[in-house]
Design a binder for this molecule. Structure first.
Ligand code: TYD
Length: 142
């Protein structure tokens, strides 16, 4: 496994509480330490849904429960596992490339918001778990 990968970690997202609605704001390269190239969000998720089931070769993502709650289970290529319960728009889970992710245990009506470092590219996905464990990034030669 590459030593350059960053351990999954929670980013604090600034929240401005207001009786008229809490305002959360995310600034690229301030709150999120990469240039955001894509934002996607998933709505209408049934409680029993299991999403994810893949890793990315290069993409870095920040996953946020903008509303509701869900669990993100992660595994690295060495088989180390960890999990995070996301239940607040003020917390974003930063997941580097080469982490297998499974999302489950959704609270009904949750909104899953994802900030991504790259545009959508199906070639960046590792959708087979064995392929994920065996995948080695191309070696960079100077
Ligand atoms: P996928 O990333 O597998 O969803 P999840 O991890 O949430 O279960 O994407 C589901 C489908 O949507 C897949 O066919 C690819 C497509 N898709 C896009 O076209 N653009 C995107 O930005 C994303 C994230 C997915």
């Amino acid at each position: 496994m590459s030593t350059n990968l960053q351990t999954p970690r929670i980013l604090d997202i600034p929240v401005r509480p207001d009786p008229l609605g809490d305002l959360c704001f995310i600034e690229a390269q301030r709150v999120v330490p990469f240039e955001i190239k894509r934002v996607y969000f998933i709505t209408g998720i049934p409680a029993h849904a299991k999403r994810g089931g893949h890793a990315h070769k290069d993409l870095i993502e920040v996953i946020i429960a903008a509303h509701g709650a869900f669990t993100v289970k992660l595994e690295d290529q060495a088989g180390n596992r960890c999990e995070f319960r996301l239940d607040s728009p003020g917390r974003g889970l930063m997941v580097d490339s080469l982490y297998w992710r499974d999302l489950s245990e959704y609270q009904e009506g949750s909104l899953c918001l994802v900030l991504a470092s790259g545009y959508y590219d199906e070639n960046d996905y590792l959708r087979n778990h064995d392929d994920f464990l065996e995948y080695r990034p191309p070696t960079i030669r100077c």
